[in-house]
Design a binder for this molecule. Sequence first.
Ligand SMILES: *Cc1c(COP(=O)(O)O)cnc(C)c1O
Length: 481
Amino acid sequence: MTASQAILKGIAEDGGLYVPTTLPEVTLDWEVLQNQSYQEIAIEILSAFLTDFTKEEITACVHSAYDTTFDTKEIAPVKKVGDRHFMELFHGRTIAFKDMALSILPYLLTTAAKKNKSDKEIVILTATSGDTGKAALAGFANVPHTNIIVFYPKGGVSTIQERQMVTQAGDNTFVYGVEGNFDDAQTKVKELFADKELNATLAEKGFQFSSANSINIGRLCPQIVYYVFAYAQLVKDGTLAIGDPMNVVVPTGNFGNILAAYYAKGIGVPINKLICASNENDVLVDFFQTGTYNRLREFKLTSSPSMDILVSSNLERFVFELTGRSSDTTNALMTSLKENGSYSVPNTDTALFKQFYGNRASQEETAQTIHDVFKSEHYLLDPHTAVADAVYAKYKKETEDATPTVVVSTASPYKFPQSVLSALDVDTNQSDAELMNAIQQESGIAIPTAVTSVLDAPIRHTKVLSIEGMKQSVLDSLNIQ
Ligand SMILES: *Cc1c(COP(=O)(O)O)cnc(C)c1O
């Protein structure tokens, strides 16, 4: 299996996830890297992981993804605030970190299709609970030889999230509200992916399904890049001498972002602790404290919704490492998760396991953090980043570890205006446009065009379907009779 085939397939036929056979040998020359652009570092790192892509192919993908779609030249600016650095991963088109990978995935996918001599157009199907849908739409819009179809639960996403999706431009974008909850839509999408008759019809008309899901290795590899970039920035600003350790704190849901940090460490970025921050859905905290993963618990809706997850799919890839890279043992543990709701890894007394530290922040602690950091340091956090910063404070108090630390900022405060403003004791009983103005007034940060463009844009997608209607809507979108 080559890298391009793994990206095209997304998930293996037996339901397992693809991982690199071995980690690539990369020469990380920090003297050079500290003066390189994000794009230059991306080309280096992605070429090392995606071994069957040529350097020219990777270069083209990287420039298409990052040159014009971010609102800052640095792509992932690293800012010192008090005793830590924040790496802002929210300067792409949907002002959240999923843009880092979903801006490049469409180009990796179409390149992969070409390399594998597929002459078919790619059709991405996605069910979304809000954030991923928009980031995927923005990434795939108007990319030649691709189509993207997104289903969201009508009434089950925030008004801003719905507006972001239904105003999406691009002749190859299709957005449908469905009468059902996210799980219903997600289950149906999985069924459609596996529908032999539908796949055959599509193939006959020149189409093939592919997945933009966060378990696609084509989403993981681009996330390794910014950890290399962060270390290079800390060397450049003199915080670190070359070779000094750095901690990272990652607000975690599906375990994709922090897993990329683990791989970055694997190729030689001097990362000390991988600090895994959870909200009240703290299944990973218990895992890192006990070695037992147990999803049988109450699902909580919190102010950091992108971390409201009880099954962190990407953890499977770390479990594979913990079992000494045994597919059989990993498979047995994942089967136990499905059938019994839990599993325990055999040995937690290892350096491999202990490089992770897990802790949680409640909703009250999250709001308090947004409030305190803004009042005392004049830096405005979104609730996801605030969970990470609250956990970092706990870690530091507990361990007195003074290693320079990067807190990964996964969303702009503009993406979650209600929670941010109520943490600042501002009245939130206002329209979306007024809330945006209030954030601008408080923070002095200009309203991102990602927000203003959505507030004024015309609505292009209005169809609402039953779950049963989803299959026909795929055919209709692609103009198949
Ligand atoms: C998706 C998301 C996360 C969680 O990232 P994982 O890779 O799923 O752990 C955190 N914050 C924001 C804003 C997100 O959109």
